[in-house]
Design a protein around this ligand. Structure first.
Ligand SMILES: Cc1cc2nc3c(=O)[nH]c(=O)nc-3n(C[C@H](O)[C@H](O)[C@H](O)COP(=O)(O)OP(=O)(O)OC[C@H]3O[C@@H](n4cnc5c(N)ncnc54)[C@H](O)[C@@H]3O)c2cc1C
Length: 462
């Protein structure tokens, strides 16, 4: 019977430990006298960042390493750190839901118990996009929504027992041994610790500084691609009017291209809503109060959202967040990457938040990491396949930004809308693009299929 990959991996890292100890710490920088050096141990993974990417990476690797250490300078108890505001509404779509549940069994139950909302797509979702209403039928897909802190809390509660999470600690240095990860330097409030690692995950988010650490360690750094966003996001929490309590409805309105205004209203528990409005500077300036948010809704096309929002009671002032750009660090292009180094989540690719894909991509990449670690016994064998596959996941989310325009013309959108109303499979595949289960490249094929569908309906079969 084949041995489980994790057992082979452990045997390898233990052998490696013995060999390195016997031959002495060649090529290692001498730690400063005040540094505490941990015992040499190769079966350890350090994860930089305890955001959602860090937590899913920990879940993915927990049974493959004896020690799994997640570090983060943020306490995650006080004010906002580098990650999105804790109260910011986050949607999780089908691809992300599947990976979260696979990595953290019981996630959906815990998420719902914590007040997370789940809606049927497109029975509970009222979507207006590209000039038309989405046809209301069930596609066998769902949407989850909750504030970031609830999603993070559900993931944190389900982490396996061998995962240590150390707050107030930063990965501040990295040392390569040849072409593989060797040691990391952790800096806490009162001490610095240098430890040997078999693997290192960069889950330090959009503002990751690991390219500097890689450069300082003398290894290849990724090319960075940027998308200009200049977007602002406003969230208001609302108490629903009595007649709407307990209803599963979501409303999503996207301005007609080339405009970029978006409004999303989602359930928060059974008696609140989260209203998020988003736009791009300099075309719109963010409203500063609830009246301004209602005026923003008036400018949107489609079924009026203002009466729904106006009937509710705001529970606080609007919270504003800005994101200037999306970033893709192209690790997948590096020919000789640092073996054992794995970027996951926003540190690899931070996409346009409007598309609601960050958590899904992080969970997808964490699943790829798990799979890659199971395929070989050597860090060099894990790294290339991981980076290539994680890069493909990044591509799928990144390309969504090109979907509205100019990928297909306005008249093609109209045809696609008509085709989808007539054919549930077409609609499921189109919506599947946004749920990351269908590639963006199928869009043109779907338009042609919609044309054929519309022709059959208007002219009859030939
Ligand atoms: C306004 C907004 C709305 C969004 N909406 C959605 C949505 O609807 N759906 C969705 O899926 N995604 C959404 N996203 C994206 C989503 O929040 C992220 O993609 C997701 O949370 C993954 O983030 P992360 O863990 O990679 O990074 P982060 O959440 O930024 O976490 C990185 C962590 O690393 C820590 N760190 C930094 N440097 C170091 C270091 N050197 N050592 C150790 N730790 C370090 C930071 O303190 C931080 O806690 C949205 C983002 C924004 C800004």
């Amino acid at each position: 019977m084949a041995r489980p990959a994790s057992a082979i991996l452990r045997r390898f890292v233990k052998l490696e430990t013995t060999r390195l100890s016997a031959s002495g710490p060649q090529g290692r920088a001498t730690p400063a006298p005040s540094d505490r050096v941990s015992p040499v141990k190769r079966d350890r993974i350090v994860i930089a960042g305890a955001g959602i990417a860090g937590l899913v990476a920990a879940a993915a690797t927990a049974d493959m390493f004896d020690e799994v250490i997640v570090v983060d300078p943020d306490s995650l108890a006080g004010q906002v750190g580098a990650h999105p505001p804790r109260t910011q509404l986050h949607n999780v779509l089908t691809r992300g839901q599947r990976h979260l549940e696979a990595l953290l069994p019981g996630f959906r139950r815990r998420f719902l118990d914590a007040g997370g909302a789940e809606g049927d797509v497109c029975l509970d979702t009222h979507v207006y996009e590209f000039g038309g209403d989405a046809f209301g039928r069930s596609l066998g897909l769902s949407i989850w929504s909750a504030p970031w802190e609830s999603i993070w809390g559900a993931a944190r509660a389900l982490l396996p027992a061998n995962v240590q999470v150390r707050h107030g600690t930063t990965v501040a240095g990295l040392e390569a041994h040849g072409r593989r990860v060797g040691r990391v330097r952790l800096v806490g409030e009162n001490c610095t610790e240098v430890m040997d690692v078999a693997a290192l995950v960069d889950a330090s988010g959009h503002g990751s500084r690991f390219d500097r650490l890689l450069d300082a360690a003398g290894v290849a750094v990724p090319r960075v691609e940027r998308q200009r966003l200049d977007r602002w996001f406003i969230t208001v929490r609302l108490r629903r009017p009595p007649g709407m309590v307990g209803r599963p409805d979501f409303w999503m309105t996207f301005a007609d291209p080339p405009h970029r205004q978006v409004a999303l209203m989602s359930p928060l528990g059974s008696d609140e809503w989260d209203l998020s409005v988003e736009s791009q500077e300099p075309f719109s300036t963010p409203p500063t109060n609830f009246e301004g948010v209602l005026a923003f809704l008036d400018e949107l096309p489609g079924p009026p959202l203002r009466p729904v929002a106006e009937a509710a009671t705001p529970l606080g002032p609007p919270a504003v967040f800005r994101r200037r750009e999306a970033r893709w660090r192209h690790y997948e292009e590096i020919d000789t990457p640092l073996a054992g180094f794995f970027p996951v989540g926003d540190s690899f690719v931070s996409t346009n938040p409007v598309h609601g894909q960050g958590i899904g991509v992080a969970a997808w990449q964490a699943s790829i990491l798990r799979e890659s670690l199971s395929t070989g016994v050597d860090a060099a064998e894990w790294t290339q396949p991981y980076l290539k596959a994680a890069g493909r996941a990044a591509r799928q989310a990144w390309d969504l930004d090109s979907v509205p325009v100019p990928a297909i013309s306005i008249s093609d959108w109209v045809t696609l809308g008509q085709g989808m109303a007539a054919n549930a499979n077409l609609q499921r595949r189109y919506v599947g693009i946004w749920h990351l289960i269908e590639p963006v490249s199928s869009l043109h094929h779907l338009v042609r299929a919609a044309e054929a569908e519309v022709a059959v309906r208007t002219e009859g079969p030939r």
